[in-house]
Design a protein around this ligand. Sequence first.
Ligand SMILES: Cc1cc2nc3c(=O)[nH]c(=O)nc-3n(C[C@H](O)[C@H](O)[C@H](O)COP(=O)(O)O)c2cc1C
Length: 137
Amino acid sequence: MPLRDLISALADDLDIGVVLTDGQLAPPGPHILYVNTTFERMTGFDRAEILGKNPRIFQGAGTSLAARKRLARALRNGERHTTTLVNYRKTGEAYLCAIDVFPIVAPDGALISAVALEREVERKPGRRPTARTGKSG
Ligand SMILES: Cc1cc2nc3c(=O)[nH]c(=O)nc-3n(C[C@H](O)[C@H](O)[C@H](O)COP(=O)(O)O)c2cc1C
């Protein structure tokens, strides 16, 4: 069963946002291969608008460069990574997004794909919406 079909079977009805990409880390990758309905609702994008694009389209002026770099490094190393980033909906509205990214790595170490679980989190009053980040596990 292709990975996308497997993820779709698992994730279509989940109430957490799910996004699957290919393993091409350098722009214009990673390409979005699948998103679930919860992800569409959170971002305001229909899947037809974002399939084939890369998840940087959710970033903007408020997205921490340092957090992005840590995420990029984890993906290069094939490591699971959790972070909280400022992302932007289709409307341009910023929201705080907790992301848990799982790389899918071939036996030779090559990155095949990545799956992220994404959830909007509330901003704590008085706290700046900057990134919190760290390794899981
Ligand atoms: C499966 C997956 C989902 C991602 N989702 C998001 C996201 O929702 N928001 C975001 O800002 N970055 C997301 N990213 C991260 C960016 O695609 C990119 O990896 C990050 O910006 C670091 O790489 P760069 O320094 O080349 O930009 C995701 C990455 C992957 C692999």
